[in-house]
Design a protein around this ligand. Structure first.
Ligand SMILES: *Cc1c(COP(=O)(O)O)cnc(C)c1O
Length: 371
């Protein structure tokens, strides 16, 4: 599905040097590399403030902790997402309210958000799934109308963009009140372990987020709020400082590979290719097909026999996960989410997918002909 070794080889000298230097400096906690990365990511995202942290899940948790929410408050999330989005909500004693997604884009459906808003709703967490920005214009309008916070789960979409009707283009993570991203190795900007970051334009929030990520202290050993210990590792920051220089190139490689798949598969009768809205720049962290007529598992097995790896993101709606049973008491059944869980199949896409490998993958897919 990915080729992290191939990607490393192309940057090997720079990365080796950066890592070695950070080890020699021995400033392992909050070293200068972390500060530098913070600055570089602020420039890249166009956000006023970046708060580096330990991983994308922590980023979401810290974001929620900064909003003064109360036990039992409701937070709206898409039902079709990775567990981390809803997990941190439940962990903080808040209620994840799961809503259906747009069957075309896989992203949360703004019309469904409005239906789910109650007097207890405090926040919306749109997830920019697979590299595509959620429809942020109506989401921000709802947030304004109902006085809700918007936390973007940007773990899969760093570098993606959204253009508003007035022509203004913003990077994902810099649209809502807070953005959360992950540097898990397979994300758009991956480090060599775990890492994450929070983005915001709001200075008060930035101060609070930074404090929460650091044991609730602004001044050492003076703790004003309950926080946690969530730091971006200095060695990881040294890797990210190199890799961020290549991010635009890497995103372009993903988009090029996606275009080749789309060109080859757009008329293929057994699957729908992923659709994008016109006003987004999709960065294809995943290239996800919607396989028709119940052939998903058959296609997956067919490709596995031909040594083509595929993944099912995600096989279950959040509300069908055992861990979330207690939140599913009111009989969730979200049609698009249910259908997607039965039909999605992600095929290999990454920064090192050359034409030869990709032609091979495409030719194997096209051989599939169920009777
Ligand atoms: C990866 C991911 C996360 C969590 O990021 P980690 O760094 O693995 O904690 C959260 N949300 C989504 C949608 C993700 O894909």
């Amino acid at each position: 599905m990915v080729d992290l070794q191939g990607q490393y080889h192309k940057m090997q000298n720079e990365i080796d040097q950066a890592v070695l230097q950070s080890i020699r400096n021995a400033a392992f906690i909050n070293g200068p590399e972390v500060k530098l990365f913070q600055k570089k990511l602020e420039d890249f995202t166009g956000s006023n403030y970046v708060i580096p942290c330990a991983n994308g899940t922590d980023a979401l948790q810290i974001a929620l902790m900064a909003l003064n929410l109360s036990f039992g408050d409701e937070v709206i999330v898409p039902a079709f997402t990775y567990v981390a989005t809803a997990e941190v909500i439940a962990l903080l004693g808040l209620i994840p309210v799961m809503v259906d997604v747009d069957a075309r884009t896989f992203n949360i459906d703004p019309a469904q958000i409005e239906k789910a808003i109650t007097s207890k709703t405090r926040a919306i967490v749109p997830v920019h799934l697979f590299g595509q920005c959620s429809d942020m214009k109506p989401i921000m309008q709802l947030a304004e109308k109902y006085k809700l916070w918007v936390i973007e789960d940007n773990a899969q979409s760093l570098g993606s963009e959204y253009t508003f009707k007035n022509g203004v283009t913003r990077k994902t993570g810099a649209i809502g009140h807070i953005g959360c991203t992950s540097f898990f190795p397979t994300k758009n900007l991956g480090c060599y372990g775990d890492g994450g970051a929070i983005t915001t334009d709001n200075e008060d929030l930035a101060i609070k987020l930074r404090m929460i990520a650091n044991h609730g202290q602004k001044v050492k050993y003076h703790h004003s709020v309950i926080g946690c210990n969530s730091r971006l590792d200095t060695v990881q920051a040294s890797v990210l400082n190199v890799k961020l220089n290549y991010l635009s190139e890497h995103l372009e490689a993903r988009r090029k590979a996606a275009n080749s798949y789309t060109e080859a598969l757009k008329d293929w009768p057994f699957a729908h290719i992923p659709e994008t809205n016109d006003n987004v720049l999709h960065t294809y962290n995943q290239y996800t097909l919607i396989v028709k007529n119940g052939y998903r598992n058959e296609l997956k097995a067919f490709l596995a026999e031909r040594e083509i790896p595929t993944m099912i993101y995600y096989p279950l709606p959040l509300y069908r996960q055992e861990a979330f049973k207690r939140y599913a008491g009111n009989g969730y059944f979200l049609t698009n989410t249910e259908d997607l869980c039965q039909s999605v199949l992600s095929i290999p896409i990454h920064t090192e997918l050359n034409e030869e490998i990709q032609s091979h993958i495409i030719s194997k897919i096209l051989e599939f002909n169920p009777q």
